[in-house]
Design a binder for this molecule. Structure first.
Ligand code: ADP
Ligand code: MG
Length: 335
C-alpha cells in the first residue's frame, strides 16, 4: 500500500466518523475474520434504569432499595448508578405502577394526603416528605468487588449487592419463588442483581438496558462482510443469549470477569482467528489492546479509546462495518 493511498483512506474514515490511529491499522482491519462485541454500552445503550424491586418474604421493598441504593451510591458502575438514582428519586417517581395515580397505595404520605381534616403534625410531615428528594444513609467500609458487586456497612447492616454468585459465596441463596422471578426477568434480557444483609438474602433489583436501534443492522452488515460476530459480557448466559438473539449473534461468552475478557480474545487468536474487538468500558481496555484490531466507542471511556486502534466517534456499531469496508477498498485498489 502506498502512503498516499493510506492517507486518503484515513482521511475518508475521519469524514465517516472513524478515527484511525495510524496507517498500519488499515492492514490489520482488512484481515479480520471475527468481531467480538462487548454487550453493555456497545450493543446496548448502557443507560440503565431500575424497573422492578422483588423482595423476599418479610422484606420491605422500599427498605431493600434504600439500603442497596446507599451502598451503590459509592460505586460508578452503570448498574450501581441506576440503583442509586432510583433510591434517590422523589417518592413515587421511580414507580411506573403509581405514576399518575391520584391515590397510590403503600406510601406513608398517601394515608394522610386525602384526609379532609388532618390532625396534628403527622399530616404536615407526610406532606412535606412527598416533594423532597430522598437522601441516602452513609456507608462504612465500602468495597467494590470487580465484576461481581459491592459490599459495605449501612446503618449497622452488612449489605451485599451483586451477582447471585457473590451472595452464594456468603452462603446466601434465593428462595425458589425469587429465583424463578430472576430467571423470568433474565429470559427477557433484564440484568438482575441480588441484595442481602445481615446473613439473609433480601431480594432482587431488576435493571433494564435497551439494545441500540442500529445494533441489529450493524451485526447483519458485519456478517455480510464475512465476519463472525461474538457477544462478550460479564452478565449471565440467559441475558447474553436474549440480547444476542435480538441482534442476530449466535456465539456468546457470558459471565466473563473483567480481567478475563482479554483471555477470550487471546484464545480466539490461538485458534487462528484474526480478531477485532469493539468495546467502551475501562474493563474492555486490555482486550481492545490485545485484539488484532481494537475499536472503541467514541461515547466510551478514555481508557478504552487509548487502548484502541480505531475510535467510532458516534458510538454507532454500523461504523465498525464501515471501517472494515473502507480498509478493504483502500487496500484493494492498490494491491
Ligand atoms: P458488563 O460486562 O456487562 O459490563 P461487569 O463485568 O461490570 O458487566 O459486571 C458483571 C456483573 O457483576 C453484573 O452483571 C452484575 O451482576 C455484577 N456487578 C458488577 N458491579 C456491580 C455493582 N456495582 N452492583 C451490582 N452488581 C454488580
Ligand atoms: Mg461495556
Amino acid at each position: 500500500a502506498t502512503p498516499t493511498a493510506l492517507l486518503v483512506g484515513t482521511g475518508r474514515g475521519a469524514q465517516m466518523g472513524i478515527l484511525i490511529k495510524g496507517p498500519e491499522v488499515l492492514e490489520s482491519t482488512r484481515r479480520v475474520d471475527t468481531i467480538v462485541l462487548d454487550k453493555t454500552g456497545t450493543v446496548t445503550s448502557g443507560r440503565m434504569t431500575l424497573v422492578d424491586v422483588i423482595a423476599e418474604e418479610g422484606t420491605d421493598p422500599a427498605e431493600l432499595l434504600r439500603l442497596a441504593g446507599a451502598l451503590e451510591h459509592a460505586s460508578e458502575h452503570p448498574i450501581a448508578q441506576a440503583i442509586a438514582r432510583a433510591a434517590l428519586a422523589p417518592s413515587g417517581s421511580s414507580s411506573e405502577d403509581t405514576a399518575g395515580d391520584p391515590a397510590p397505595s403503600g406510601s406513608l404520605s398517601e394515608d394522610t394526603a386525602g384526609d379532609p381534616a388532618p390532625s396534628g403534625s403527622l399530616s404536615e410531615d407526610a406532606a412535606g416528605d412527598r416533594d423532597e428528594t430522598r437522601s441516602l444513609p452513609p456507608v462504612e467500609s465500602f468495597q467494590n468487588i470487580e465484576g461481581r458487586g459491592v459490599q459495605g456497612v449501612v446503618e449497622g447492616h452488612a449489605v451485599l449487592v451483586g451477582r447471585e454468585a457473590l451472595l452464594a459465596d456468603w452462603a446466601l441463596h434465593l428462595s425458589p419463588e425469587v429465583a424463578a422471578a430472576k430467571a423470568e426477568a433474565e429470559a427477557g434480557g433484564k440484568t438482575v442483581v441480588a441484595v442481602g444483609w445481615d446473613g439473609s438474602v433480601r431480594g432482587l433489583l431488576v435493571i433494564a438496558d435497551t439494545v441500540k436501534p442500529s445494533s441489529a443492522e450493524a451485526v447483519a452488515e458485519l456478517k455480510r462482510l464475512g465476519l463472525t460476530p461474538i457477544l462478550l459480557t460479564g452478565d449471565t448466559e440467559a441475558v447474553a443469549r436474549r440480547i444476542a438473539a435480538e441482534v442476530g449473534i449466535d456465539e456468546v461468552f457470558a459471565e466473563v470477569l473483567p480481567q478475563d475478557k482479554v483471555d477470550v480474545v487471546a484464545r480466539l487468536q490461538a485458534d487462528g482467528r484474526v480478531v477485532a474487538m469493539v468495546g467502551d468500558g475501562v474493563n474492555d481496555a486490555p482486550a481492545l489492546a490485545t485484539a488484532d484490531l481494537g475499536m472503541a466507542m467514541g461515547t466510551g471511556t478514555d481508557v478504552a479509546i487509548e487502548a484502541s486502534d480505531i475510535t467510532l466517534v458516534r458510538g454507532d456499531l454500523r461504523t465498525a462495518a464501515d471501517a472494515i469496508r473502507l480498509s478493504r477498498r483502500t487496500l484493494g485498489t492498490i494491491k
